[in-house]
Design a protein around this ligand. Structure first.
Ligand code: GLN
Length: 485
């Protein structure tokens, strides 16, 4: 059994062999010890200890507590936390203290989980390496000269380094799955609409999804069950009452058909990455699944469509940062126009400015039909590819990312090379589907490889069931970087 699973920690807490306060102190000490990873933008030791003490008091009083009660974790700094600075990895929001909690923050607080702080991330979740953060790059716990992936790089590094058993993330084009793959952990992106986006700082609203980074599929299931569910404050939130994925993990996989998508193994996929993913698929076969060769003919258009639609939506969402109401305000402005332009020039980093320029251009009169409308049509074709494939298979599989974690600085000067890191993940967001990245061993360079499994909309239970069965049969997800407590 996984010695660090949420279920085992929960059992220790329930038996009062350990207290929430002790676990919180331990997580805070580990975060301090691993400060070189730069995985946190801030630690909130006092608030965390206060929350832990109140859970311990409730337990001592015999209160009925949920499975996450007393478990330390961390929030990606994209989730608004009442009274606690929320930067979104940007200088723009350096001093922004939200007056309210995000839905995900509320839910995890209600479940009794103890947030120890806010994790590092690419600025406004734009990136695949965590290098666009205004608070500096984060490092990969497996090799500190490598990126942890992005944009939820801090969350992935914090889990992989054993600081916390799970962390929240967001996934607009791969930002939960790709860092999970690079850091050798499990990352779940739910169906669009499954988890409310209320209070999650917007990047590309039709693609943004809250997700979970944890050690295993079973742990992801517990957290998903806590954060999923209808919320009237998000107009795209979907009502699906009474679904609990954590209860559905032990189904045998006999009869499960897994479509192996040819396109996900083509192009720039590292040979040893493809090899490890095929080995993981053979394990799933041993668990009873059938592998079926499938094609997703429009897969190679996904990056182009995504990098029109995401910047278009970002240019609109980020128009709110004008130096007037909140966020960075330029000190030297002499006119209203200058207040806008200087505040934005000073507050936003290079990648965010690039996305705003691209998005504004793609939406402008004369270009809208050529770029934005066309990208939306391609988006439809990509969704139809998945629908056609799911008529014949239950899940779709491939490598999460084409390579293992690259070196810090290796791609930061080449936007297109960076965008190519998302080649196998962005289509899932364009179609709004749930997907998971699970560890699939190590490439020849010793770095973790991730297997991506994709399910039809709202089939998270099937997805987590397959991932859990794989993890029952293998121990890749139990491997930790040297020096991990
Ligand atoms: N790397 C992709 C981008 O930069 C995806 C980011 C994300 O999922 N937030 O847009």
């Amino acid at each position: 059994m996984n010695p660090v699973s949420i279920a085992s920690i929960s059992a220790e807490l329930a038996a009062q062999r350990v207290s929430a306060l002790e676990l919180t102190d331990q997580a805070l000490a580990r975060a301090e010890h691993a400060a070189a990873l730069n995985s946190f933008i801030r630690l909130d030791a006092d608030a965390a200890r206060g929350a832990a003490r109140s859970i311990d008091a409730m337990r001592a009083n015999g209160s009925d507590l949920q499975p996450l009660a007393g478990i330390p974790f961390a929030h990606k700094d994209i989730f608004c936390t009442r009274g606690i600075a929320t930067t979104c990895g940007s200088r723009m929001l350096q001093n922004f203290v939200p007056p309210y909690d995000a839905h995900v923050v509320e839910r995890l607080a209600q479940a009794g989980a103890v947030s120890i702080g806010k994790t590092n991330m690419d600025e406004f979740a734009m990136g695949s390496s965590n290098e666009s953060s205004a608070y500096g790059a984060a490092a990969n716990p497996w090799d500190h000269t490598r990126v942890p992936g992005g944009s939820s790089g801090g969350s992935a590094a914090a889990v992989a380094a054993g600081i916390v058993p799970f962390a929240t993330g967001t996934d607009t084009g791969g930002s939960v799955r790709q860092p999970a793959a690079f850091c050798g952990i499990t990352g779940l992106k739910p169906t669009y609409g499954r988890v409310s986006r209320y209070g999650m700082i917007a990047y590309a609203s039709s693609l943004d999804c809250a997700g979970v980074l944890a050690r295993s599929a079973a742990d992801c299931a517990v957290v998903l069950d806590a954060i999923a569910g209808f919320d009237a404050r998000d107009a795209t939130s979907v009502e699906r009452p009474g679904e609990r994925t954590a209860a559905a993990l032990s189904q045998p996989l006999a009869g499960l058909r897994i479509g192996v998508a040819r396109e996900y193994f083509s192009g720039g996929v590292q040979a040893d990455v493809a090899d490890r993913v095929h080995a993981a698929l053979r394990e799933l076969q041993r668990c009873g699944a059938t592998l079926v060769d499938i094609g997703l003919p429009n897969a190679h258009h996904a990056i182009a469509a995504y990098y029109v639609i995401a910047p278009a939506e970002a240019s609109s969402n980020l128009a709110r940062y004008d130096g007037v109401r909140y966020g960075h305000r330029a000190a030297q402005a002499r006119s209203l126009d200058e207040l806008y332009s200087l505040s934005r020039a000073e507050g936003f980093g290079a990648e965010v400015q690039r996305r705003i320029l691209v998005g504004t251009y793609a939406l402008s009169a004369g270009y809208y039909d050529a770029y934005y409308l066309r990208a939306q049509k391609v988006r439809r074709l990509i969704a139809e590819d998945f629908a056609t494939a799911f008529a014949g298979v239950d899940l779709i599989a491939g490598p999460t990312a084409p390579t293992t974690a690259f070196r810090i600085g290796e791609k930061s000067g080449d936007a297109l090379a960076m965008y190519a890191a998302d080649v196998n993940t962005v289509a899932v967001n364009l179609a709004g589907l749930p997907a998971i990245s699970v560890p699939a061993g190590f490439a020849d360079d010793g770095l973790p490889v991730g297997l991506q499994l994709i399910a039809p909309a709202f089939a998270e239970a099937r997805l987590l069931n397959a991932a859990h069965q794989l993890q029952q049969a293998t121990d890749w997800h139990l491997q930790v970087p040297a020096g991990t407590p």
